[in-house]
Design a protein around this ligand. Structure first.
Ligand code: HEM
Length: 298
């Protein structure tokens, strides 16, 4: 169970199965932890507002059929946020130019995706994704889960079927969360897809990698809304410098062990993460933070 907020990225690292397999990795969500609020809220919302104002078409998407789900989501978000300290009076700015999902996105630190069941599968009919982790948001507009995950190697064999079944069976009273990890030397909120395959920065060395590279975790939640039946997927970014992650030896060991064991097709997909992981491993071995034995333990 996830501890109460605030959480850090290292808190969300859990062991991965061996041999490698993508897994659903979903855990029951305590409703109090649906949307996370921390001391960066004001700064994050300012940046989100700026991104939407300047790049709206690459962030906001909404089909007419998503209207009922977005309205229900507005109510859920307000009810949830108003239980948090200092947010008792929070409101949604109903600016005439804002679509409902955009208006909601401007008051939460999470990116939002709304999915509806269509004959061809669960389909993303609305979203407000301002701070993706190296993926191309507009190419996913109006797409099914299978199409959205097209670039992910092994998705067909490991995830497509279990995910379809899981989404069909997700009940409003049983929301879940999962997490995803990336290593990057860019602490920005919004990471463009090109970053994934960019060569590693030449300035990065074994000596400075722990202070220059960040663990970036996507804390993801899935909830079905009872009235409209839509599924809401939230993505909250948590960033932590590697030097700080190393203060959590168990999580740090798990992280490196799992990244170093990725098969070659997955390394190719998680390209820059893989290259950063190798340098971090070198640093951890050179400082004695990790040993060859901890890295090969099962
Ligand atoms: C239980 C639900 C889900 C599971 C198990 C899952 C699993 C995964 C996995 C394993 C990856 C590759 C991750 C990596 O880089 O380490 C991925 C990537 C991704 N997922 Fe999901 N996912 C889920 C739900 C969703 C939903 C609901 C959406 C959006 C509606 C979504 C959008 C994406 C996108 C955009 C990527 C990146 C694809 C790219 O590289 O273009 N996922 N997902």
């Amino acid at each position: 169970m996830l501890k109460q907020t605030p959480v850090c990225a290292a808190d969300l690292i859990s062991p991965e199965p061996q041999p490698f397999k993508w897994r659903m990795g979903v855990k029951p969500l305590d409703n109090n932890n649906w949307l996370l609020v921390d001391q960066y809220r004001d700064a994050d919302l300012k940046e989100i507002g700026r991104l939407i104002d300047t790049q709206r078409d690459e962030i906001i998407y909404s089909e007419p059929s998503a209207q009922a789900g977005c309205e229900e989501l507005s109510g859920e978000v307000l009810r949830h946020l108003r239980q948090k300290p200092d947010l008792e009076n929070v409101t949604i700015n109903q600016h005439n130019d804002y679509t409902p999902i955009e208006a909601i996105r401007r008051i939460v630190q999470e990116d939002l995706c709304l999915l509806e069941r269509r004959p061809e599968g669960w389909t993303m009919t609305a979203c407000a994704v301002a701070i993706p982790t190296q993926w191309d948001v507009p190419s996913k507009y109006g797409k099914t889960l299978d199409a959205i995950h097209g670039p992910v190697p092994r998705y067909d064999t490991d995830l497509s079927q279990p995910m379809g079944t899981f989404f069909d069976r997700l009940r409003p009273e049983a929301p879940v969360w999962r997490a995803n990890r990336t290593l990057t030397d860019d602490p920005s909120l919004r990471l463009m897809p090109q970053r994934r395959h960019q060569p590693m920065n030449e300035d990065l060395t074994v000596a400075n990698v722990a202070d220059r590279v960040w663990l970036r975790v996507e804390y993801q939640t899935l909830r079905r809304l009872p009235e409209s039946g839509v599924i809401v997927f939230t993505i909250r970014i948590l960033r932590q410098k590697i030097s700080s992650v190393a203060d959590y030896p168990q999580a740090f060991g798990e992280l490196l062990r799992s990244l170093m064991r990725m098969p070659s097709d997955v390394r190719g997909y998680k390209d820059s993460t893989w290259r950063h992981a190798r340098l971090i491993q070198e640093w951890a071995l050179s400082t004695g933070q990790l040993t060859d034995q901890t890295l090969t333990e099962s």
